[in-house]
Ligand binder design. Structure first.
Ligand SMILES: [Zn+2]
Length: 95
C-alpha cells in the first residue's frame, strides 16, 4: 500500500499508509492533534536532490548512457594537443 505524507498547520509531518481508494484528504496530527492535510507530492520524491538520489540517478544513467572518455584516466595529455600551430590563428582575437 502506498504511503501518504500529511502536514499540519504547525509544520509537523507524518506518514500514513492507505489504500489508494480510501486515502483521506485530511487526518489528525499525532504530535499536536491539529488537522493535517495530505501533501500532494509523493513521499518518495522527497529524496530528490539528496546525495543518495544523485547516486541512484547516476547509476541509472550510466547504465543507459555511459560517459564517453577520450583518454584513459590518469593518462597525461599529449603536449601541444588541442593547440593549433597555424600562424594565422595567432592573429585571431583572443577571448
Ligand atoms: Zn502537528
Amino acid at each position: 500500500m502506498p504511503t501518504y505524507t500529511y502536514g499540519c498547520d504547525n509544520s509537523h509531518r507524518f506518514d500514513e499508509v492507505h489504500t489508494m481508494s480510501s486515502v483521506p484528504d485530511a487526518s489528525a496530527c499525532p504530535d499536536c492533534g491539529g488537522p493535517a492535510r495530505r501533501r500532494p507530492a509523493a513521499p518518495h520524491l522527497s529524496a530528490a536532490g539528496s546525495s543518495t538520489y544523485g547516486l541512484i540517478d547516476a547509476a541509472t544513467k550510466s547504465a543507459h548512457e555511459p560517459q564517453v572518455v577520450s583518454s584513459l584516466p590518469g593518462t597525461p595529455r599529449r603536449p601541444g594537443a588541442g593547440v593549433t600551430r597555424n600562424p594565422l590563428h595567432a592573429k585571431l582575437p583572443r577571448h
